[in-house]
Structures are given as C-alpha cells and as structure tokens.
Design a protein. Sequence first.
Length: 166
Amino acid sequence: MQTTTDPVMQEITEAVQLAHAGDSATARDRLLAVWRELGPTGDALHRCSLAHYLADLYEDPAEALVWDVRALDAADSLTDARAQQHTAGLQVAAFYPSLHLNLADNFRRLGSFAAAADQLAQARERLDALPDDEYGQLIGRIITEVAEAVEERSTTRRPSAPGVSG
C-alpha cells in the first residue's frame, strides 16, 4: 500500500523498470545520477532502496558489493517511521534478510567464504522478520541456495541471481 508520493522513489522505480525491461545500462546511469543528487548522507530510505537495486545492475561482484554495503549502511540509519511514510506498515527489520543475503552472495562470488557464511547467518537470524508469503519463502530458498554454493566453495554466478542485461 503506497502511503505518499515520493519523486525520488518514483525515479528509482522507473529505473528499476528499465532494468527489468532489459535496459540495465540506462537504469544504472539513472540510478547513479540520483545517487549523485542524494550523496552519502541523503535520505536513508532513498539511499537504501537505490543502492539495493543498483547492486543488481553490476555483473562484477566487487562492484555489487560496494552498493550492497551502502544499502546495509543506509538501512542501519533508517527508521520504521520513515519507511512507513512511503509504505504503510513497512518495517525496516524486513529489509535485513535480503540485504545480508546479497552481501553473502557477493562475498561467495569473491571467494570469501567465511564472510559469506557470516552474512548468511545474519540473514537466517533475521528471516523471521519476513512474512511467510511468496517473498519470504523466496528469500529462504535463496539463502539455502547460496549456503549450498558456499559449502561447495563455488564462485560461479547463481542461475537465479538477478542479472545484468542490456
């Protein structure tokens, strides 16, 4: 449920839609332009959302990791009250399973398996913040998938990982 109209979140949403339509390069450019306007001390919801989506637009796990760390840092500054100005009922705690999962997957792809395992543990610890719905179940399945890849010491990109195209 949308609570307010937020022009920055609208810009982020439009860029994400471009990426989903296959134009990752334009989406990345648009998100980077918004980031330059926000800066590292801009609104935490904007920074968290933008960095989370932008990370998916980099094939290189090191570049993606930079944006995933920024998303996590922004989430740590975000309050439920601010999140709920955008979407009623939104809880920041529900961001963390996915944020830690993304960090784990990038650490794994970089061959840093201990760091990946630590991030997976944090994702699992926070998984109960998600409802038992399609999204919550998806995150749980991906945690298992990444954990298996860590156990196998695989640095290969997961077939189900968000991708870069265009």
